[in-house]
Structure formats: structure tokens, C-alpha cells
Design a protein around this ligand. Structure first.
Ligand code: AMP
Length: 267
């Protein structure tokens, strides 16, 4: 595995390797990231993984500072997976140039996480646009765990006519149902149990009911042990419009806190 900290050196290396398959991450690697990387490795392309905790997508400094980082463990995982390239840029390397394309922010960026984490999606799109400019990957692997981010990146790529194909990957979960996330490293045993109960509660709701009452759901989730809820919303993922009734395109989007840890999921 070749490691690069400087975009120019990376570009020099990959300019001869036309086809790159790219897996962007913020590190704190877990089974979700590993599944994306394994999928990418199955393509005939060279796999490039990035680890960059992007300060611009954190609406709170404290959250940025406490975001789980474990570079030693991450390097070991990536070496074992036989990743071709690892890009570990500094903030200056990413933000010290002007990308060719302007960010396109779909209006959905103001809903759900966009409403509760001001500046989050502009920050995500800004960094993704820069990575795409530097790497120009043929394929981009992203997880449905971050469905809203995936949707907005897709819109940006289409609108700006970028020649990269997004490969959408299923959410990987722990045995207890909780979606794997770097933030789970900050949960204690009690929090993990609550997160598991919340996941199974939503699964049941989806199977048993055909309409939703937001206030009732919020009360139930607090009863199960959540400390705070940002949103519980049902969306039709075909057009990203809110829905009160279920059909096969309905997904439940949730964001809630356990202690000070903010978790998101879609079921
Ligand atoms: P992150 O490091 O959290 O920014 O995530 C990097 C990529 O991994 C994103 O495309 C995420 O959607 C994806 N990802 C994170 N958690 C999971 C998961 N549990 N299952 C599948 N993909 C995931």
C-alpha cells in the first residue's frame, strides 16, 4: 500500500493509472468501511482509500475534536485488505486550491440533518468536490448508512456532469442491529443496548403500521432511553418527499443522541 500526504505526489502516481476506485472515509474504520473497500477491490480498478476528518462538515468544534481517530489501527486494517493507495491529506492539502467545478447543493440539503446541523452538507459537498477534482475516480463507493449524503453527492455529480459512477453500498450492522459507525466507539454498554432497542422498534413499526404519528414515536424513543431526538421522519426515497403513509419506497430517517453522541440511521 502506497501512502500519500500530498495531492501532487498522489496525482503524479495515479496519472498513469487511469482507472481509480475511490472510498472516502473519516477513519475510525469498522465493518461498514471494510465492506465498501472489499467491494471496491472486486473491481478491476486500483483502490484508493482516503482518511480525512473534514473540519468543515462539523457544526460543533467539540464534535470535531472528539471524533474517534485511530490511525495505527486503520493502517493495519487497510494493509491487510491490500488497498493500493491511501491518501492522508492535511487540511491545507485539501483546501489550498480552487476546484474546477462549483458545488451543487440540492434543496434537500436543508432538510433532516441539513436542518439540524447547519453547514454540514455544504461542508460534505465541498470536500467531496475537492476529492473528485484531485482523484477523478471512475467509481466512488458510498454507504446507504449516510443516505442523505449519498443522495446529495449523486445530485452534484449529475448536475456538474462529473465522470464518476457512484456505487451504493448496503448498511452493515452489528449483531444487535445497530448500524456500524465510528461514533459507536464512544458508546458505553448501556448506550449500545438502547441503540439496539431503538433499531428493533423501528423495524417493528415498519412492518406493523402503515402511517405514523411523529409525537407518539418521539415519546416512545425517549422511553427506550434516547436523551434527545433531532428528527424522526418518513421519506419516499424515490423523490425525497415526506410521506405520512407507507409504500415500498418509504424509509424512516432518524437522528438522536445517546449521552453526547449523535447517531443517525435509516430503516
Ligand atoms: P465515514 O467515515 O463515516 O465518513 O464513512 C465513510 C463511508 O463509509 C461513507 O460512504 C459511509 O456511508 C460509509 N459507511 C459508514 N458506515 C457504514 C455502514 N455501517 N455500512 C455501510 N457503509 C457505511
Amino acid at each position: 500500500m502506497k501512502i500519500f500526504k500530498d495531492r501532487k505526489n498522489l496525482q503524479r502516481e495515479i496519472s498513469s493509472t487511469k482507472a481509480i476506485s475511490f472510498v472516502p472515509t473519516m477513519g475510525g474504520l469498522h465493518k461498514g468501511h471494510i465492506s465498501l473497500i472489499k467491494k471496491s477491490k472486486k473491481t478491476k480498478l486500483k483502490t484508493l482509500v482516503s482518511i480525512f476528518v473534514n473540519p468543515k462538515q462539523f457544526n460543533e468544534k467539540k464534535d470535531f475534536k472528539s471524533y474517534p481517530r485511530n490511525q495505527k489501527k486503520d493502517l493495519k486494517i487497510l494493509k491487510n485488505l491490500k488497498v493500493d493507495y491511501l491518501y492522508l491529506p492535511s487540511i491545507k492539502d485539501i483546501y489550498g486550491f480552487k476546484p474546477k467545478k462549483k458545488v451543487f447543493l440540492d434543496k434537500f440539503s436543508k432538510q433532516l440533518c441539513g436542518k439540524y446541523r447547519k453547514g454540514h452538507f455544504p461542508g460534505v459537498l465541498n470536500v467531496v468536490n475537492r476529492f473528485l477534482d484531485i482523484i477523478k475516480p471512475k467509481k466512488l463507493f458510498m454507504g446507504k448508512k449516510d443516505f442523505q449524503q449519498l443522495y446529495l453527492v449523486k445530485k452534484h455529480i449529475i448536475k456538474r456532469k462529473i465522470n464518476t459512477k457512484i456505487v451504493e453500498c448496503e448498511t452493515i450492522r452489528e449483531k444487535n442491529g445497530v448500524a456500524c459507525s465510528s461514533r459507536n466507539y464512544r458508546l458505553n454498554l448501556r448506550d449500545k443496548k438502547v441503540a439496539s432497542k431503538i433499531y428493533f422498534y423501528f423495524k417493528k413499526i415498519k412492518q406493523k403500521f402503515n402511517y405514523y404519528n411523529p409525537n407518539l414515536l418521539k415519546k416512545e424513543i425517549i422511553k427506550l432511553g434516547a436523551d434527545k431526538i433531532d428528527y424522526i421522519q418518513f421519506y419516499n426515497i424515490k423523490d425525497f418527499k415526506r410521506s405520512k403513509k407507507f409504500n415500498k419506497y418509504t424509509r424512516i430517517f432518524i437522528a438522536y443522541y445517546l449521552n453526547k453522541v449523535r447517531l443517525i440511521d435509516n430503516i
